[in-house]
Design a protein around this ligand. Sequence first.
Ligand code: TTP
Ligand code: MG
Length: 366
Amino acid sequence: MSNKKQIVMLVDLDYFFAQCEELRNPSLKEKAIVVGVYSGRTHESGAVSTSNYVARKHGVSSGLSLYLAKKKLENYDAVFLPVDYEYYKRISDEIMLDLKSYSDLFEQVGIDEAYLDVSVRTQGSFTEALILAKKMKREIKKRIGITFSVGIGSNKLVAKIAADSNKPDGITLVKTERVKQFLASLPVTRLPGIGKKTSQRMNDLGIKTISDLSKYDIQKLVDVFGRNLAVYFHNASLGLNRDAVHKTIDVESISRISTLKENTRDLIILLEKTNELISSIHKDVINKSLKFKRIGIIVIMADLSIRSKSKTLVNYSNHFGLLERTVQNLINSFLVESEMEIRRIGVKVSQFIPDEKKQKQLSSYF
Ligand code: TTP
Ligand code: MG
């Protein structure tokens, strides 16, 4: 890491799915909007995916059952809408592309969040970073119509906690010399990686605030949480975090497909073909320094119908043998399920992360 001052922003799109619904139908703005995943057989089973701030005022937020949400909102003007992921993704893609252009390094995390390293273009100046954040908010609001909240700090951890502390449509800047003070009175649950269970265990130790955590004997923390977590918690409580902003990978998938000499169901012939495809895909993956998590086969049958089958790995990998074995298993089980001859066969890998040879910081696993 360079010695120059690092400045990181975290952008979190406000009440995102619900805000997208307001965008396409502004007349909903004054109403409570609940975007829900309808899971079951009855009209009301399912959970709230997100809601706008009108609905939140009445106690309706992510995770609540739709049944309870309806009850809480029965006396108010409310609309219940199903998740339209494709539409939200289109808007997210557009915003992310814009956000990227304001950064030196850009890392998207999920559909509505991204880290921007702006150290170079602001020359390490928080004042410049604040001007940049305001400009970014103004221009994206004007061009796309969506608001978001920004946290600015000297690392990802501080930027993230800062963004969470002023929503919606907020900007929070925490200068390095103010970090300790800023964190001190916050509950430990505000630190990424500290959920219900961990905070309960900390509570049992008398640790409630981040300040409590920072003063707690580190050896005792090690005894309870193990060395890695204890060190992370201790450093995090002081606002220390060395995680770099990782460049987001633009590639969504890498695939190859090929026509067989003649239609067949012969495993040996199929594997000969897929092994060629795998070699070529694997080269590509290594050249781009990627690891993948999902492996699939694409099968075009004699009647030209298309089928596919895939498997998600437990861990990210770019291991040749694992790719080979997984494809073989997929083909094997495909042949059991179908009786028709195969005309073309393809292999595809997706869900990438950068292959960083060096050990990642613990916090990046949260
Ligand atoms: P969040 O950023 O957690 O929530 P939000 O954008 O709706 O609200 P905020 O203004 O507090 O940032 O999540 C982003 C999207 O992810 C959210 O719009 C819907 C989806 N989501 C779920 O589907 N289920 C959940 O439990 C949560 C928390 C989010
Ligand atoms: Mg959000």
